[in-house]
Design a protein around this ligand. Sequence first.
Ligand code: HAM
Length: 425
Amino acid sequence: MEAIKAPRGTRDVLGDESWKWAYVLKVCGEVARDFGYSEVLLPIFEHTELFSRGIGDATDVVEKEMYTFIDRGDRSITLRPELTASMVRSYLEHDMNRGPQPVKLWSSGPMFRYERPQKGRYRQFQQVDFEILGAANPLADLETIDTSMELYRRLGLTNLQVLINSVGCPKCRPIYREALKNFIADRLGEFCETCQSRFDRNPLRVLDCKKQGCRDLTESAPAMVDSLCDECRGHFDAVTSGLSRIGANDARVDNRLVRGLDYYTKTAYEILAGELGSQNAVCGGGRYDNLAEAIGGPHVPGVGFASGIERIVITMEGQGAHMGAAPAIDIYAVTASPGACTEVAALVHEIRAAGMSADMDYMNRAMRVQMKHASSTGARFVCIIGEDEIAAGTVGIKDMASGEQESSPRSGVVARLAEWKEVSK
Ligand code: HAM
């Protein structure tokens, strides 16, 4: 029988990488705390309608990428492809709109999209997501961009490119949409098949087609920012003029930036990292003032962003950013003669109770093999107990970094190890 493998587009994050994720998430939590976001833990599946109404029926995510199934109660359920719709659903469901505004929330966890897997693009991936709900002011847009940049700054990422655009609102976007369609219509036959199929349903997406031929054809297309209504124009100017205040001096207005989710209004932004190759967005975000209404709630302005943890880790690795050290055991206790294993287990228990990490051999292996295992765990110290040590009431201690050895009375060994650990920090 063939061994079962993980499904295409998913991956096991093993011990040599999972600690990096823990580090990134720890920093996310610190940034959230410092910026005043409170964490919400949301369901991994939701009613399909939340996404079809929230994200939009004509998007690739809803049309082609959702993991949707009928559950045993005959409900259509979807594994969440993103967090924003769930965040807004939760905000409304718990009447957060009736309390003080704005409400700043963050969350993280796995998302699911049936995409073509490649470097930095998976079918199950993890996002960290920050949202500000209830604030229409451009200051809130800047606050979310600032949050993301501070997160990347603390993670040690450099050379990131912030791209920003406005996708207008239901008042000005239809006018732009028509202008763009007129522009495309003349040479529609020369565009790629995907662009041709998007022409009627979602013509703005033609602008972010990655194919060079299509890009050449839209080189001189009208720009959304030139068609904005007064309100959207004022909002965009306020956001772009505030960028230098938050250190995003080299942010660039990108007329092609339209984003793949239909809920966006006004501000849309992405942050790119060269290390990622073709899937180069480490962050995507923007404003979505009509999302709450689209899912059956009152009008609630909102703005936020999400960032992919896999892409953050790839970028950090590529840039050699500091991630702390892989977790290592403080102490490995070696059994020097088979009869000493109970004493070794008792010592390990005491060491852990004193707040240090410790491990031992459970397989009666030769001392040489245990020493090898000890160094593969990265243990800082090795304790050795055999019949001689038991008879003398001592424990041998080896400092794995310096190679120094000493013999310590059994009764004081835990305190001695704690002292060594403190000094060697
Ligand atoms: P998004 O651009 O679809 O936006 O995704 C945000 C980020 O998630 C991307 O920039 C990327 O880092 C990561 N990501 C997306 N798809 C994949 C994938 N298949 N594999 C690996 N990483 C991926 C959203 O999801 C919006 N909800 C963001 C937002 C929040 N807008 C407002 N608030």
